[in-house]
Ligand binder design. Sequence first.
Ligand SMILES: NC(=O)c1ccc[n+]([C@@H]2O[C@H](COP(=O)([O-])OP(=O)(O)OC[C@H]3O[C@@H](n4cnc5c(N)ncnc54)[C@H](OP(=O)(O)O)[C@@H]3O)[C@@H](O)[C@H]2O)c1
Length: 314
Amino acid sequence: MPVKQGYHSNNTKSVDKAVFITGCDTGFGNLLAKRLDSKGFHVFATCLFPDRDGALELKESGSKRLHVLHMDVTKDESVKDALEFVKENLGSSELWAIVNNAGIVKGFSVEFSTMEDFKDCLDVNTLGPVRVSKAFLPLLKQSKGRIINITSPAGVFPIPFCSPYCTSKYAAVGFNDCFRFEIDIWGIKVISIEPDMFLTGLTDPKTLEEKLDSSIKDLGNNIKEEFSEEFIDSVKKTKDFFISFACPQVNLAVDALESAICSTYPDLTYRPRRNIAFRFALFFYENLPKCCQFFFLKVASYIFLSNPQKKKNL
Ligand SMILES: NC(=O)c1ccc[n+]([C@@H]2O[C@H](COP(=O)([O-])OP(=O)(O)OC[C@H]3O[C@@H](n4cnc5c(N)ncnc54)[C@H](OP(=O)(O)O)[C@@H]3O)[C@@H](O)[C@H]2O)c1
């Protein structure tokens, strides 16, 4: 999606404005921290592992305005410490925006996922943005700034065999939509970013393959017995097929994030998608009645997946 031009142009002045970003070790968060630093913003880039390559590289490449600090979005104490750090280091800047970017993918289908997979996805992808937004509200009330939450098309469109992630992103979209109204009275904007599939750590085919294999390995024997190998292979092939459409131009998503932070009149939702076919499919799907949506998914599973039942030896 092209970044807004003209009347809507990115004309928020970066001088004396600070942006706080979660999950800057890799991916969108890492690139956004660099982009905003180069535009003159005061950036607080939080990383889960501040001693690993992504964070170290960020520290080295950034200006004095870029602070790299540890924060785990699932831990109250860690968020509190980050808030104290921001307060102490804001100087003359105001906190203009927080970007809830940290996210994880865990698990697979409901039967192939553990309760831990669901809990972890909800903790990072849903409760993380809630925890961080609540903590930073007092600073945002002073600036009448913005909360930018990276949700996903997986929060509006079911992705079967990705149930824990989808569940957490649907909940994140619900949080966004309620919070936007509640917080409007303070002049704070809540903006949702729903990126199409981009090639980052989250969608790395090798990592996903390893996660899928380990989910299958850890399954109880009774479940393994029920599913045919052909079915599991077909799920893997379907995953590879869809991941092959992941866009390597990650900067397109960062453009949307920049626009959400810098536009005078930002959109409520940005959907950075390069793929017109996907855009059309989503629009079509969203406007179908539920029974037709189900039918549409059934047809897709008929095309892509093998019979899940093992052949009985006669
Ligand atoms: N890539 C896509 O196609 C896509 C599409 C739609 C939405 N999104 C969303 O975009 C956001 C960014 O994802 P990405 O694609 O840039 O993937 P990514 O490269 O994996 O970035 C996610 C970051 O979150 C960090 N993180 C994980 N758990 C955390 C925790 N408990 N506390 C703090 N940070 C944590 C990760 O750190 P480690 O790497 O150290 O674990 C990683 O740096 C996510 O919310 C994701 O759901 C991505």
